[in-house]
Design a protein around this ligand. Sequence first.
Ligand SMILES: [Zn+2]
Ligand SMILES: [Zn+2]
Length: 410
Amino acid sequence: MAKKYNKSVFLTSGYPGGMENNLLELAESVNLSSCASLDGLARKLKAELPACVVIDEKNLQNLPQFVEDTFTQKPGRRFIPAAILTSEPARIAPLFEASHTPVQIFHRDDKDGLTQFIEESIRKSIKIKFWGVRGSTPCANSENIYFGGNTSCVQVEIPGYEKLLILDSGTGIRNLGTYLQNYNRSSIDGDLFITHPHWDHIQGFPFFSPFYSKENRFRIHMPEQYRGGAEEILSGHLTKTFFPVTLDMLAADLTYVTQPEQPEDFGAFTVDYLVANHPTKTAIYRFKINGYTIIYAPDNELPLTRSPLRFIDKFCEFIHDCDLLIHDGQYDLEMFKDRKGWGHSARERVVELAKRSGVKRLVLTHHDPSSSDHDLRELSGKLQSYRGDTFSFVELAREGRMISLPVESE
Ligand SMILES: [Zn+2]
Ligand SMILES: [Zn+2]
């Protein structure tokens, strides 16, 4: 059965003033659900995740705290697009600057802006959700909680496709598991594509709760390593010496796949990969989904020279004209100079090659554990100067960020 895409919109305090007509026009395509109060909204979110939330609240005093508490209370809620209506956007915006929940603020009279926000939220689209964006090691520090301390994990939702598609099982996958437990009541079928078995890409593996239910089925894909395929590598990692749970104790039906580089067709998507420039065999996965090309390369060193031979040429060819590139941006050029051969890239080099290759959207990820929110925010501002040319956006990956790529309705 094809998955119905989400069209529900939660509104607080009834319809926003003067919005009735715009919302009525949309009413054909959305399920508007009005909550009497903020508490009512919080209660509703416990049972269901809407396509978006519109908050129209006169008393703005406690709103930032409410948004923070409600949207960060359970994993997954931060992915819900939230709009706040106010008559003083300029005064309100700074209150939400440090919020962990990405909110959009609209003037009460900006009916077109709000209508567009709702339309974009309910539109049928591929959704790319960032559950873990940190490289090397998780870091649970107050100074990097805004961008997030969990290691690599990305989820790709494909409209009309019931199965889960997960990229890497760093510690971010634990929150994905909790989210699925909260909102997914049926059995889960999914594919997990692991780029390579460095700790930061598999450390969350035994903490993914759906692995402990025999109702669930997963295929675990990984490029072949020196010591074997996905099963050998993961069972070596999950031995009693390192962790009390061994691979055979996981109740779900798990199949292990040594992923070939050649394109493979999974129906809703195809995948192939280029071997990254990284200390172990690592995939730069390329997914083709609904006409989009999405490339995931969390660990890849882009050398400044022509060595290894032709790597840069092969890489540029592989990413040519892609719609979305999620790439390792662990260092800047200054840091990179002392870390050549470590397997990670300088952001400046990534931007340069992505631009040269006609990449349309660029997201830099695998942030260094020593990069604080302050550092990354500053960098984020600088990155905006690259916008335009070929990029429709260039940004830093952040836990809780969702990217939507609209899909034509058939
Ligand atoms: Zn890594
Ligand atoms: Zn690595």
